[in-house]
Design a binder for this molecule. Sequence first.
Ligand SMILES: [Zn+2]
Length: 369
Amino acid sequence: MTRGRRTVRQVSAVQRAAAPREPAGGAEVAALLPTVQRVVGARVADRAAAEDLVQETLVRVLAAVGRVEPGMLEPYAIVTARNVVASRWKEQDRHRRNQHRVVDLRPVEAPDEGLVAREEGSALATALARLSERERQLLLAHEVSGQDTRSLAQEVGSTAGAVAAQLNRARARLRVEYLLVLERAEPPTNQCRPVLLALSSGDRRRQREVDADRHLLECDLCAGLSPPLLERGQQRDDQVRIPVRTDADIVAARQAAREMAGRLGFSRTDLTVIATAVSEVARNIVRFAGSGEIVVELVLRPRRGVSVVARDTGPGIVDVERALTDGFSTYHGLGLGLPGARRLMDDFAVVSEPGRGTTVTMTKWQQEG
Ligand SMILES: [Zn+2]
């Protein structure tokens, strides 16, 4: 369509790579938001879809700020919004044609609560039977008989702290076995139980040792079992992890990022900017890797900010520097992919290993004062 322009942008992006600076034009583009929202809202009824398209438009307008005549930014934004809406229709059409290829692995809600309760009871008994005798006795004495850790420690000549740690490990193991029984699943690899146990106990050092993050990307069973384990382990409310496989997950990732950043009091514009950048990296995962995850984390030092890690085990990027230039795109879809996300965030880094996958780490810092 506009090859000439793309070449110009590519040059400016390469310079930016050498000397990173704050993304320009944020305030100007923010002023256009109501107009863009009106244009998109008039054409798209679904609110989530409309928000997505507003963000698409924002990315494109931000990218164009430097080459649009002053005073022409609003008409440019209106035209861009219309184009973005129009291409989305084509996109959806293609998506519908490909939908039969998508396998939904999410569990189906069981309708019969009585049946569920009975199943859970027997699953718990089965899980308990899989623990060691010592673990079982410890759990039963503490949880069922209400014996405290100090008297348990006296019985075995140990300390209360050591008993508490044993109790935690036993609980973590019970949660893992319980979920495996409920799922009627035998772990497909030797790595599964150590990974699940590390997640269940909330032991981050152990999670690194067993390379839990990578395993969750590669193992469907563990990926499916991990959410309840992460919730029950040492719950962290400053971090959220979203598995990314489908377009719906892109929306979930975007919303999670927006919600997290909102807690730090980012401006409405910044919230949209952050959500847009997350959309871009999530879309990249769906398009190029098929599956991956996004972790959004609140950062307090050296300043307050939101850090986003997007990880996949896809084919990887052979030439990262080239993939970060605006003109480079292996698909003709919406969005600006990695260059767009990079422009929107303050810190941005890509590590990619062909055949192993790609990790994008990006941070938006809160403005001082
Ligand atoms: Zn596994």
